[in-house]
Design a protein around this ligand. Structure first.
Ligand code: 13P
Ligand code: SF4
Length: 360
């Protein structure tokens, strides 16, 4: 682990792992911010670079990506945008698998990230060797992996999908009579299996942020806000999904919040998403879904510790010094691009919109 990891206070004293994950904040002091933003804007131009950000990163980074001709969106749009954009350097403000997907699609470009240690519990829970052995044990299954995986896991797959396209891809495979190995998110896999009736073997990974949403507490909150619509990301447990009015990727639930004829929403996903929701619909009320059960002595914050590793300070540093470049073994990259490209081609075929909100 890097040196600048510092312990931070958590409600639960035993939460050492979460404390270890939390790194020193990469946000500048307020008075330094305008100058730092101006410097990053200059560097992006000088380095022929475009900033591609996820909705879960700090609002400053989301706003900066849009203000400089980059984009903020979900994993599918991020992959597609970096691929289409002419810039020779793609800076990914998100987590490692997002940077790797950009590199897989653009081996000739330079891909930088503010922090290369920004991983994902789904990626960590699906080691390539174990996954490959699992696939070898089921040779008659089509292998579909979620974007939240390493390049080596993607290289073992037939398809890569993101949450915004998983459902149509699996429907399509089922119509062709194919049986599916799904990895790594068990909740998303279970949801897709229920929606499609496909024959699916599920890897048992989960997102440590979405796993924390609690159905009992959500039902109680819903009762207090009877007019609120419940928006849920499908990495959440089945009992939480069962209470949703809309289930979808980050982009899909933001669109739902914009379009729905409602003034109140309960949102079950990383709370970084609220910045975009509130910006697009300032007159609406957005409430975070509960993450602690009754009697719990630990309340998780509903914010991905790895997304939180991205900030203005380390973004400026990587642009200045070219640190933190993503490298992928070329042989793995050549194999991994096949399932990723298959997804992008399929998205075009079914006319799935692949431009984030506010970037159209
Ligand atoms: P989206 O593709 O829906 O943005 O999801 C990415 C992710 O990591 C959610 O936790
Ligand atoms: Fe991974 Fe969950 Fe973080 Fe998304 S929110 S990057 S799935 S740990």
């Amino acid at each position: 682990m890097s040196e600048n990891i510092i312990p931070i206070a958590y409600d639960h004293p035993g939460c050492a792992t979460a404390a270890a994950w939390a790194k020193a904040p990469h946000e500048p002091d307020a008075q330094d911010k305008p100058e730092l933003i101006a410097r990053i804007k200059r560097l992006l131009i000088e380095q022929d670079a475009v900033l591609v950000a996820h909705y879960y990163v700090h609002p400053d980074l989301q706003d900066l990506a849009e203000a400089t001709g980059g984009m903020v969106s979900d994993s599918l749009d991020m992959a597609n945008f970096g691929h289409q954009h002419p810039a020779q350097t793609i800076v990914v403000a998100g987590v490692r698998f997002m940077g790797e997907t950009a590199k897989i699609l653009n081996p000739e470009k330079r891909v930088l990230m503010p922090d290369l240690d920004a991983t994902c519990s789904l990626d960590l829970g699906c080691p390539a060797d174990e996954f490959s052995a699992f696939c070898d044990a089921h040779p008659d299954y089509t292998v579909v992996v979620y974007a939240n995986t390493s390049a080596a896991v993607k290289a073992r797959a037939d398809w890569m999908v993101t949450s915004s396209i998983a459902l149509p891809v699996v429907k399509h495979l089922k119509e062709q009579g194919q049986k599916i190995i799904w990895a790594p998110d068990r909740h998303l896999g279970d949801y897709i299996r229920q929606q499609t009736g496909a024959d699916m073997l599920l890897w048992q990974g989960s997102c440590m942020v979405h796993d924390e949403f609690k159905a009992g507490e959500l039902a109680a909150l819903k009762a207090q806000h009877p007019n609120a619509r419940v928006l849920v990301h499908p990495e959440s447990p089945a009992a939480v999904i069962a209470l949703a009015d809309v289930v979808g990727s980050t982009t899909q639930i933001i669109k739902a919040s914009q379009q729905a004829d409602a003034g109140e929403f309960i949102v079950a996903t990383d709370n970084g998403i609220l910045h975009k929701m509130r910006t697009l619909s300032p007159h609406k009320l957005f409430i975070e879904a509960p993450t602690a059960g009754s009697g719990a002595n630990c309340k998780s914050c509903a914010h991905c510790p790895w997304m939180a590793m991205n900030g203005l300070v380390n973004l400026a540093e990587v642009l200045e010094h070219g640190h933190n470049e993503i490298h992928i073994d070329p042989a793995i990259g050549r194999r991994a691009v096949l399932p990723v490209q298959r997804m992008l081609d399929f998205a075009r075929q079914i006319h799935l919109p692949t431009r984030g909100i506010g970037n159209a």
